[in-house]
Design a binder for this molecule. Sequence first.
Ligand SMILES: [Zn+2]
Ligand SMILES: [Zn+2]
Length: 344
Amino acid sequence: MLNRLNDITDFVHQLTHRIHNLFAPPGSTCLTCGTRAVLSPTYPGICTRCVKQIPWIRSIRCQRCGRAIGCPDCIRPHMQNRSFICNRSAVQYNALMKEWIGMYKFRGHERYAPLLTSLLTQAFQAMSEELSSAVAKENQASVAHPATSALPPVDAGFHPPSPRASTYARVQPSSPHTSTVVRDQPQAATRQTQSLLQSPKPRWRPDAVTYVPVSSERLAERGFNQAERLAAGLAAACRLPVVDLLQRRINTAKQSFKTRGERIETMKEAFSMSPGAIDVLRELHMRGAASKTVREHTSPFRLLLVDDIYTTGSTLDACGRVILNAAASSDIPIEIYSLTLARS
Ligand SMILES: [Zn+2]
Ligand SMILES: [Zn+2]
C-alpha cells in the first residue's frame, strides 16, 4: 500500500516537473540575476548576460599592484619595500562584484564559490602568461649580456602606455629576497644558457599557493575563510599544492578608532607563522628543488598569496613580510606573488 502511494507521489512529481518545464523558458535560473536563461559554460551558475557584466581588469596600468587605472599608491617611498613582488587581480571591485563577493563572504551562499574561483583561475592564467613572458625576456637578456644582472633597478613610477606589452622586469623591486641566489653564483650565467637550451620555454609557475588567514573569532562567525576556499579552488584547478602558513592573531578589521600609525603597527603584529609552517615550506622547497632543472634549482621558491580583495595591499604586505622573515631565518630563498579576486 505504502509502495503504491510512493509510486503515485513520484508520478505526480514528475508530471508537475514536466508541465513546469513545458511552460518555463529554456535554461536554468541564473545565480546572480535570478532570471531564467541559458547558463554560461565557463562561469558556473550565471547567464551570458551576467558574464558580460564582469568588470575584468584587462589592461594593467600599475605593474606592481595590478591596477587598471593610474596608481599614485605604488610610487610612494614606503611602498618600495613591499614583501610581494607584484599583485594581480581578476576584476575591479565595483558594485556588482561587491554584491557577488558579499553574497559568498557574508551571507554564506556556497554556490558562489565555483563562480568566484573560476574568475580567480582566469586571472591566474593571465598572470602566468604575463610572468612567463617576462621570465623568458629576462633569460634572453641575461644570455645576451651574461655579465649584467637579470633584474634591472626598480622604476615603480613607470607607467607604460601599453602595459601588457611592457617588460615586467623593469618594475621588479630589487629587494633582498629577489633572485639573490642567481646573482651570487659565478657560474649562473653559463648554467642559465645551458638550461635555456634544454628548456626553450621557461614558465613562471608558483611552487605553492597560500592565503590570508582570518582570526578565529571571524572564522567562528562565518564558518569558513573565503581566501582559503578561493586558494584551495585555484590550487585544485591548477594542480598546485596549497599550504596553510599563517595565523591571524589580531582582527584588524575592528580598529577604525585607531590612528593610521597605530593601524600600521597593529598590522605588523597581526600575523604569525602557523606552528610547523616553516617545516612545510622547507619540505616543499627541497622536494621542488630535487625535481627542477639546474637553473630552476637555483631559483627561489615561488609562493602565491591569495586573498579576496586588494584595497591598500597592507594586509598582503604584512602576510608576505612574516613569510619572508621566517624563510630568511631558515635559509629558504623565496619570492612572494599575490593574486586577488578584486582590486578596489
Ligand atoms: Zn544573470
Ligand atoms: Zn599600484
